[in-house]
Design a binder for this molecule. Structure first.
Ligand code: NAP
Length: 293
């Protein structure tokens, strides 16, 4: 039986560390870390994500500033809000929930956020810092992936790692992070030839394609570590909708360890977001955290 990598428990531990650091920072007379969350329009999924982020902030002692704007908000109005938040000393992190309505250029908006407040880690400056190993703020889901991997393989140097997916928000940054810890990394995508063969020689597989059950049991070598980022909704046998990942979970019990979906990478993303907000606040205020990551 493969070990289950319990993302909920690991996220809870990270949250406890974050809360203790927030409390220590405030007790030392520093300002409470603050996160501004912007939602434009009424997309129900985005609404749920934003509510989770605001609730997590409150739970961990981080102030949140919610900005719920109508779908008709103009690009200039949104940019003006971001400029105000950039200048606001109480705001250490700014998150603008995507997708944005079609009349708004998401790239322009995300690039307007000051890199030091870009707690999603999407700004090109932070992407460049990740690429060059020069600090910055890492993107939340890839950071969560690395923490899950570290929970089973503390030192992955020398391992063959396969990342399936090459998006800017998951695949590419995960690949850079795996490289940084010494893995030999292959990045696969929809044009990759013979993906099963590439998978079979991998010690670590991070699957982020969004294709339900893409990675089958016979793609996985015994003892491999599997991190499943994918989230897809499919109809179950009972006709009810259920969430599945990119990995055929029931077929990979010969792996060393595997993340479930749900309950694997998902809970880590928000925990890493609040962590990034704390780190951003500590850097701005010149407060030394016990550990940055
Ligand atoms: P994306 O932008 O759609 O990228 C998907 C990537 O998978 C692309 O690079 C694509 O290749 C590749 N791909 C598609 N079909 C493939 C195939 N048959 N074989 C190999 N590669 C294939 O998606 P994303 O934003 O990176 O997200 C990926 C998944 O992670 C989604 O299910 C998403 O919901 C989930 N996700 C979860 C979290 C979380 O918190 N748990 C956070 C973010 C995303 P091409 O580039 O060639 O098209």
């Amino acid at each position: 039986m493969a070990d289950l990598i319990d993302g909920r428990a690991i996220a809870r531990t990270l949250d406890e560390e974050t809360k203790a650091e927030v409390d220590a920072m405030v007790a030392a007379g520093q300002p409470r870390p603050g996160l501004a969350v912007i939602l434009v329009g009424d997309d129900p999924a985005s609404d749920v994500y934003v509510s989770h982020k605001v609730k997590a902030s409150a739970r961990l002692g981080v102030r949140s500033f919610e900005h719920r704007l109508p779908a008709a908000t103009s690009q200039d109005e949104l940019l003006a809000l971001i400029h105000r938040l950039n200048a606001d000393g109480e705001v250490h992190g700014i998150l603008c929930q995507v997708p944005l309505p079609g009349h708004i250029d998401a790239r322009l908006v995300l690039e307007a956020i000051r890199p030091e407040k870009d707690v999603d880690g999407f700004h090109p400056v932070n992407a460049g810092r990740l690429m060059t190993g020069t600090g910055g703020i890492p993107p939340c889901t890839p950071l969560g992936v690395m923490k899950l991997l570290a929970s089973v393989v503390p030192d992955p140097a020398g391992l063959d790692a396969l990342v399936i997916g090459r998006s800017n928000i998951v695949g590419k940054p995960v690949a850079i992070m795996l490289l940084a810890v010494g893995c030999t990394v292959t990045i696969a995508h929809s044009r990759t030839r013979d993906l099963p063969a590439v998978a079979r020689r991998s010690d670590v597989i991070v699957a982020a394609s969004g294709i339900p059950r893409l990675v089958r049991g016979d793609w996985v070598k015994p003892g491999a570590v599997l991190i499943d980022v994918g989230i897809s909704r499919i109809a179950g046998e009972d006709g009810k909708e259920r969430l599945v990942g990119d990995i055929a979970f029931d077929e990979v019990q010969h792996a060393k360890a595997v993340t479930p979906v749900p309950g694997g990478v998902g809970p880590m993303t928000i925990a890493c977001l609040i962590r990034n907000t704390l780190v951003s606040a500590a850097r701005r205020e010149g407060f030394a955290l016990r550990s940055e990551l």
